[in-house]
Design a protein around this ligand. Structure first.
Ligand SMILES: NC(=O)C1=CN([C@@H]2O[C@H](COP(=O)(O)OP(=O)(O)OC[C@H]3O[C@@H](n4cnc5c(N)ncnc54)[C@H](O)[C@@H]3O)[C@@H](O)[C@H]2O)C=CC1
Ligand SMILES: O=C(O)CCC(=O)C(=O)O
Length: 507
């Protein structure tokens, strides 16, 4: 398939004329096939108008039809075939195995939401019958949840399939009955085009209203901002930097009618090593940590960037295991030259920090490669300098040595909101771990034991979220079936004649 660089506005494609963006090969920095035309305000208005009109039809589609549409989208993505994987590899620098896995995750996520839609429980229908005998008389009340309206989706650079055009935000918004306008990520515009084509075809194949799906390119930040500000957009899903997420939250808050922005931003995902676990298997935990830290060049928002432990011999065994493993890990291509530069700058800041020691580096790589790095500091220094709490997006980890468990708890108290917190424990650590549980529940969206947070299971019981700045709204998740709730709101029907009630509430 030729990459056309076009915009997808409802069922049409057209070349944007508001500037151009070029796809870059992550491994070499060279330009790839396709010049992507940026959308204008008029293109955005057209997509938003179609989405808003589509909403009134799409939200009332039969659940079976909506589910079949999601399944068709999954089928069409698979039908793109190897070209999708090849293009995503070139644009993101991620290896084939990872992207094939991510494609299945994307497809299965759409299929999972199809099952959620078919089941219908997300509508949360409630029936509270009238009671005329009561004083005062009680009205007949019925409730269901409905879609919010058109949703803007900003996909993530680090998951060009599972968190992008047809990723979790899009799947959950479509499942909720909301049309979607995607602002394509500039790091993988060709991958985005191939997936957008599959989604547009699914809309047509299934006879869904035109405007159920659109995708725009932005040659800068103008159209992304205008999309969030657009009066016909009713919610926003975002995965990316804290700076980007905050800018879009600010735009949404300043609208005449503010709308929710579900932004997943930065996290350093603390890993707490408890004394008995360290004594029992410190070196093994160290090795496993180095592997998780450097998975996908460390470009996961769930990356375990921070180790907290009590200093001593057992921690030294962990550190030795991590250093040995890390030194043998090859540098890997990073997603974009910009992300690579931000990583190198972050590592350089740690290297030159007076209170931080560099323990190890991974193997050296080429210009666009991220070289893993491991650092160490004391709890006192970490508590003193808030800049040490910042995410360094990539394979860099910081060990914080605490004098005792009380100091470790003080460090936990000082942390910003996180996506995950991991505990490494044996039974002998249960009492100490239990003491920290209330604080950890306040800190993170997911608490996990004897593992690391990378590799998020798409499950009904998953929370991929957490208090600010991990996300903009700790009440939600962007992965798993509960993600649908972000794009729904409840409507109550009081003493409504049956003829006026939505079909699902007529009984
Ligand atoms: N926590 C996480 O899940 C992730 C964090 N990151 C962080 O973000 C950095 C840059 O990565 P990107 O993916 O490029 O994130 P980004 O936040 O710069 O961009 C994400 C998306 O938002 C758009 N955008 C950003 N700022 C905007 C603004 N002010 N107005 C309108 N649109 C805007 C971009 O065009 C892109 O489509 C990384 O170095 C890393 O630090 C990146 C990926 C995932
Ligand atoms: O680890 C995962 O599977 C998902 C992580 C994620 O959401 C991210 O890195 O943006």
């Amino acid at each position: 398939m030729t990459i056309t660089g076009e915009l997808f506005i409802g069922n049409k494609t057209l070349k944007g004329e508001n500037g151009t963006l070029t796809a870059i090969a992550a491994a070499t920095g060279e330009a790839l096939e396709g010049a992507f035309g940026g959308a204008s305000q008029a293109d955005l208005d057209a997509a938003a108008k179609l989405a808003f009109e589509a909403f009134f039809v799409y939200r009332d589609t039969k659940l079976e039809e909506r589910a079949a549409f999601l399944e068709k989208a999954a089928e069409n993505i698979l039908a793109v075939g190897d070209e999708l994987i090849e293009r995503a590899m070139a644009e993101s620098g991620l290896p084939r195995g990872r992207l094939e896995g991510e494609r299945m995750r994307t497809v299965n996520q759409l299929r999972l939401f199809a099952r959620v839609v078919r089941e219908g429980k997300f509508q949360d229908q409630r029936f509270d019958p009238a009671d005329g005998e009561r004083t005062p008389p009680k009205p007949d009340l019925r409730l269901r949840k409905v879609g919010l309206g058109p949703v803007a989706v900003f996909g993530a650079s680090n998951f060009p399939l599972a968190f992008s055009v047809a990723g979790g935000d899009t799947a959950s918004a479509l499942a909720a009955g909301c049309p979607v306008i995607v602002k394509a990520h500039p790091a993988h515009p060709g991958t985005s085009e191939l997936v957008a084509r599959a989604l547009q075809k699914a809309v047509i194949d299934c006879g869904m209203p035109e405007g159920t799906f659109s995708m725009l390119h932005d040659s800068g930040y103008e159209i992304g901002g205008a999309l969030v500000a657009h009066p016909l957009i009713r919610a926003v899903g975002f995965t990316g930097s804290r700076k980007g997420g905050l800018a879009l939250m600010d735009t949404a808050a300043k609208r005449e009618v503010p709308v929710p922005v579900y932004a997943e931003m930065s996290a350093i995902n603390p890993v707490l090593l408890f004394p008995e676990a360290l004594k029992a298997r410190g070196d093994k935990i160290g090795e496993a940590f180095a592997a998780s830290l450097t998975l996908g060049a460390g470009q996961f928002c769930t990356n375990p960037g921070l180790i907290l432990a009590v200093e001593g011999e057992a921690l030294e065994a962990f550190t030795a295991g991590a250093i040995k493993a890390l030194k043998a890990i090859p540098a890997q291509t990073m997603l974009t030259p910009g992300i690579c530069k931000a990583y190198q700058d972050g590592v350089a800041r740690l290297v030159s920090h007076d209170d931080v020691s560099e323990l190890a580096e991974g193997l050296e790589g080429d210009a666009y490669h991220g070289q893993a790095a491991l650092f160490e500091t004391t709890a006192a220094s970490f508590l003193k300098d808030k800049s040490l709490h910042d995410e360094v997006f990539g394979g860099a980890g910081l060990i914080v040595k605490c004098a005792d468990l009380a100091e470790l708890e003080t460090v936990v108290d000082s942390l910003e909101g996180q996506l995950t917190a991991a505990l490494h424990i044996t039974e002998g650590d249960h009492a100490a771990a239990k003491k920290l549980m209330p604080k950890l529940e306040m800190l993170a969206g997911r608490l996990l034991v004897n593992g690391f947070g990378t590799g998020v299971e798409v499950s009904p019981a998953m929370v991929h979220g957490g208090p600010y700045p991990a996300t903009s709204d700790a009440r939600t998740t962007s992965v798993g079936t509960m993600a649908i709730d972000r794009f729904l709101r409840p409507v109550s029907y009081q003493d409504m004649p049956v003829a006026l009630l939505p079909e699902a509430l007529q009984r």
